[in-house]
Design a protein around this ligand. Structure first.
Ligand code: PRT
Length: 108
């Protein structure tokens, strides 16, 4: 398993937080609240990302995308999935035109 990039290093910490005290860890508190709470946060951060982009605030947009990425990483960890699987999927698509990729999808 690749451990060098930030997403993978963060994923290790998120997995470790399954053993942590919800009082001292934000991630542990999200796990304790369960899937629906994590999904709510993903939805909120997606909405805040849209608002920041519409407001034309680059700094705010970066901040909100970071929140969105972070909460999707928590979701992946909660679902026992690893961000490397997402990176692998993006890697598989790399260089493939979106139009071509969609045509391939429809064959399945
Ligand atoms: N990258 C992050 C990160 N990004 C955002 N957040 C938290 O995500 C929350 C964002 O939610 P909001 O902006 O809606 O703030 P809020 O109003 O406090 O949230 P609610 O109470 O309404 O749910 C804030 O509490 C942020 O602190 C993060 N919390 C943790 N991490 C990473 O996760 C690691 C483990 O965190 P803990 O489990 O808290 O130790 C940390 O060391 C960091 O590397």
């Amino acid at each position: 398993m690749m451990t060098d990039n930030l997403l993978n290093r963060l994923a290790i910490i998120l997995d470790e937080r399954k053993q942590a005290d919800p009082k001292s860890s934000y991630v542990a508190s999200l796990y304790a609240k369960g899937l629906d709470s994590i999904l709510k946060k993903v939805g909120e951060e997606a909405t805040e990302t849209v608002i920041a982009a519409k407001n034309g605030e680059p700094t705010q947009l970066i901040y909100e995308v970071a929140d969105l990425w972070f909460h999707t990483l928590v979701l992946l960890s909660h679902q026992e999935l690893h961000p490397q699987a997402v990176l692998d999927e993006l890697d598989r698509r790399f260089g493939l035109s979106g139009i071509e990729e969609k045509a391939n999808r429809n064959q399945h």
